[in-house]
Design a protein around this ligand. Structure first.
Ligand SMILES: Cc1cc2nc3c(=O)[nH]c(=O)nc-3n(C[C@H](O)[C@H](O)[C@H](O)COP(=O)(O)OP(=O)(O)OC[C@H]3O[C@@H](n4cnc5c(N)ncnc54)[C@H](O)[C@@H]3O)c2cc1C
Length: 405
């Protein structure tokens, strides 16, 4: 899969990343994690203290997949409103999902604080505004649900918004306790932490053959080594569907621009994470070195050449969209990219378990909260492997029940 094109910001923030050799022998292990992106790192992190013999293989280098272009806004709210998810899944299901999202953000904060590499995790409030007057009611409904679920959130009126920001909007949800992170340093930090606990990591080691039997799998690498494993986790990001097609997954093309550092953020209330109800939406965040990341303007194309052709015009449009919000902040692009972006048709991420792959978990942390979702799924998968079960597994299986109210 041609995942992305562009000039990337995050890799420039880690000058001497840890490196790992390629696999040079046959191995036997308890758990094989395929994929060295943030999802593979989250699995390695949860399994690091399990006492199991864990191996990670990455076909390129750590973090070189979608993790490179991840804008890494860490939020509990996703593209689909929780009040809409209730219609498909019922209230108890959505309540539990909400709790797991909140817990995952806390877990990301803890994981970021362990280890030696600065993950730049910062708590931020989120500002989610109504792009159109007719969306105000939807936000009100979402607010009511979040309050009932005891989530810290305010409903801001047009006057309250004008008091805080240099733009006018009809209404917004202002929620507390979200965050932002550096996805590349986060991924390296977790792998570095896991490696120090004995997890074996190999870069430049591509899986290109597999045989699954009831009690173990045998995986062949491109340089002709074999790994036998009691459990396999496929954490190949969007490329996981090249191994097992998942019909609930869908893809769009998206665009991001990272500006040169900006001096004055005084008009940007609390450097909030900002996004909106329009689809496709535009979103903005800041970085530790005072840049602004602007993303969105998704296109419904699955063709990389169509996606890439629009990069420069989308970059310029994203800057214009930003200046509609903050006309006084002068922005110049320094890094910009376009990428495929995966979601699911019911709005929740997937743990794929398929009869033809016994003892194998496909981690499809798809959706705009990919990092948060992958934290939830990694914990569930490691619980299933280590303890034999997880009460939350059923929520995310590919064949989860849809319960109309
Ligand atoms: C533009 C963009 C913006 C995003 N913004 C956000 C955001 O703001 N917040 C958020 O939470 N999420 C966001 N996401 C989602 C987030 O990026 C992903 O959820 C996350 O990075 C996925 O990590 P991953 O490890 O699953 O995938 P990847 O980073 O793609 O890692 C998978 C790895 O598997 C390796 N691999 C594949 N096949 C094989 C094989 N056969 N053998 C060995 N290795 C293999 C690949 O080389 C790759 O390194 C965004 C995504 C994109 C593209």
């Amino acid at each position: 899969m041609n995942l992305q094109t562009g000039i990337y910001y995050w890799p420039t923030t880690l000058k001497n990343p840890p490196t790992y050799s390629n696999l040079q022998e046959d191995l036997d292990c308890d758990v094989l994690i395929i994929g060295g992106g943030s999802s593979g790192a989250q699995c390695a992190y949860y399994l690091a203290d399990s006492g199991l013999n864990v191996v990670v293989v990455e076909k390129n280098t750590i973090g070189s997949g979608s993790t490179t272009t991840n804008t890494a806004i860490i939020q509990y709210s996703g593209e689909r409103l929780f009040s809409d998810l209730v219609n498909s899944f019922g209230r108890p299901y959505v309540s539990r999902h909400l709790q797991l999202c909140k817990q995952a953000i806390n877990d990301i904060e803890v994981a970021s604080s362990l280890g030696d590499i600065d993950c730049e995790f910062t708590r931020r409030d989120s500002f989610y505004f109504a792009s159109y007057k007719e969306d105000v009611q939807k936000l009100q409904k979402e607010y009511d649900l979040l309050v009932e679920e005891k989530f810290p959130v305010d409903f801001l009126t047009a006057d309250q918004i004008e008091d805080r920001y240099p733009f006018k909007k009809d209404a917004a949800l202002y929620s507390y306790g979200d965050g932002e992170i550096n996805p590349i340093t986060f991924t390296h930090n977790l792998f570095d932490y896991a490696a120090k606990k004995g997890v074996k990591i190999f870069e430049h080691t591509e899986v290109n053959g597999k045989k699954f039997e009831p009690t173990e799998a045998t995986i062949r690498t491109k340089n002709n080594h074999y790994i036998t494993a009691r459990h396999v986790i496929v954490a190949c990001g969007y490329e996981g569907i090249d191994i097992k097609k998942e019909k609930k997954a869908s893809f769009v093309s998206t665009y991001i621009v990272t500006t040169k550092p900006v001096e004055d953020f005084s008009s940007w209330y609390n450097k909030t994470l900002i996004w909106e109800t329009a689809r496709p939406y535009t979103f903005v965040r800041t970085t530790k070195d005072n840049r602004i990341i602007i993303g969105g303007l998704d296109e419904n194309t699955p063709f990389a050449e169509v996606r890439d052709r629009k990069l420069i015009s989308k970059r310029d449009k994203l800057l214009l969209e930003f200046n509609k919000l903050f006309p006084d902040i002068k922005v110049e692009p320094e890094y910009y990219a376009t990428a495929f972006y995966g979601g699911t048709n019911d709005g929740l991420p997937i743990i794929g378990r398929y009869d033809e792959y016994p003892n194998c978990h496909f981690l499809f942390g798809f959706g705009d909260n990919g990092t948060v979702y992958s934290m939830i799924l990694s914990k569930i998968i490691s619980d299933v492997i280590v303890k034999g079960s997880s009460p939350d597994l059923e929520l995310y299986l590919q064949n989860r029940p849809i319960k109309p109210n």
